[in-house]
Design a protein around this ligand. Structure first.
Ligand SMILES: Cc1cc2nc3c(=O)[nH]c(=O)nc-3n(C[C@H](O)[C@H](O)[C@H](O)COP(=O)(O)O)c2cc1C
Length: 344
């Protein structure tokens, strides 16, 4: 049996040296929301992965809901990212930037002056979030986005995708998972709009599809991936009537648009609700491009799921934080360092 994890893979325009992906992980080290030398070093150390996906990066000042997360909408931020992509490419790695707009997962203290805290509907999250100024604070109720704010936000994603290419990224991953803005549109618990962006599944996935369509026209569909988390419970998401049909339709439409991958999150190994095998099968059936598997993988399970054709690439998250040389360690069957959650 041929070992798949260490075989090359063609992803759109690029060839990955192996099937191991570094999962997107927020590290909150981007002072002034701009990538820095520490971040370049961090990613360079992990460039053994066939594909690195950056931490969630906002395409807009309005999407910087957490403290010290990076953005990608100014020339300075693009220059900072250029030093990261150069460092990774120098090691033979490839890199996509994850575009994450936090939407309602946000606090005014974390946002730059003048930024808007908005979401599909004026429905606040339960619980609290970190702010550097006043520590834990309750989530505020977001403003409901106007039609023109939706159009402006789509344009911001597209401008950020263009900037990503200028900054040397091999592509962009749209973060439509874990309860951030794009999933706030998809999930009816956060989206109670009565216009063409709310209601039916077709309407709730429209925001995602319009971003994909316009970004594909700008940089090419073969440089666009998307991350989804059906059944995920992060940030007050969760299951709803019609969830399987929603993701089946999304996969079908994304397939027609020709994007290069769908990255499917399953956090059940971290105590999150199970992701139904049927929704995974529907995505696999309707989307003919590359599938990236993620959540709770070790080398053995990764190899098995590749052999079973559940996907073409496998993302590893926490193991990469505590093991920068994870890929070498897997190749050598070496023991891994346990993650130290206090550093996350
Ligand atoms: C510290 C930390 C930060 C994370 N930040 C992000 C993020 O910015 N975007 C995202 O899509 N997922 C994020 N995740 C989820 C990971 O990408 C991944 O799905 C999760 O860790 C499960 O994979 P694992 O079992 O291999 O760690 C984060 C996870 C951790 C532990």
């Amino acid at each position: 049996m041929k070992d798949l994890l260490f075989s090359q893979f063609t992803l759109g325009r690029i060839t990955l040296k192996n099937r191991i992906v570094m999962a997107p992980m927020t590290r909150s080290r981007a002072i002034n929301n701009t990538p820095n030398a520490l971040m370049a070093e961090y990613y360079q150390q992990r460039a053994g992965a066939g594909l690195l996906i950056t931490e969630g990066t906002s395409p807009s000042p309005n999407g910087l809901g957490y403290s010290r997360i990076p953005g990608l909408y100014t020339a300075d931020q693009a220059a900072g990212w250029r030093s990261v992509t150069d460092a990774v490419h120098a090691q033979g790695g490839a890199m996509f930037v994850q575009l994450m707009h936090t939407g309602r997962v946000s606090h005014p203290l974390n946002l730059p002056a003048g930024a808007k805290l908005f979401a599909p509907s004026a429905i606040g999250l339960t619980g609290t979030m970190w702010t550097d100024q006043e520590q834990m604070q309750p989530y505020p109720v977001p403003a409901a986005m106007t039609f023109s704010e939706i159009q402006d936000t789509i344009d911001e994603f597209v401008a950020s995708a263009r900037l990503a290419v200028e900054a040397g990224f091999d592509g962009v991953e749209l973060h439509a998972a874990n309860g951030y803005l794009i999933e706030q549109f998809i999930n009816p618990s956060a989206n109670q709009r009565t216009d063409q962006y709310g209601g039916s599944a077709e309407n709730r996935i429209r925001f995602a599809l319009e971003i994909v369509q316009k970004a594909a026209a700008a940089i090419g569909a073969d440089r666009i991936g998307i991350r989804v988390s059906p059944y995920g419970a992060s940030n007050d998401m969760g299951a709803y009537d019609g969830i399987e049909e929603t993701y089946a339709l999304l996969a079908e439409k994304l397939n027609a648009l020709g994007i290069v991958y769908m990255h499917v999150v399953d956090h059940s190994a971290m105590g999150a609700p199970a992701v139904s095998p049927s929704v995974k099968a529907l995505i696999r059936e309707n989307f003919k491009g590359t599938i990236i598997l993620s959540g709770g993988y070790d080398a053995q399970k990764a190899e098995q799921d590749l052999q079973d054709h559940k996907g073409e690439l496998v993302a590893f998250g926490r193991a990469f934080i505590s093991n920068p040389n994870l890929v070498d360690k897997i190749a050598q069957h070496a023991a891994l360092n346990a993650p130290d959650m206090s550093t996350f």
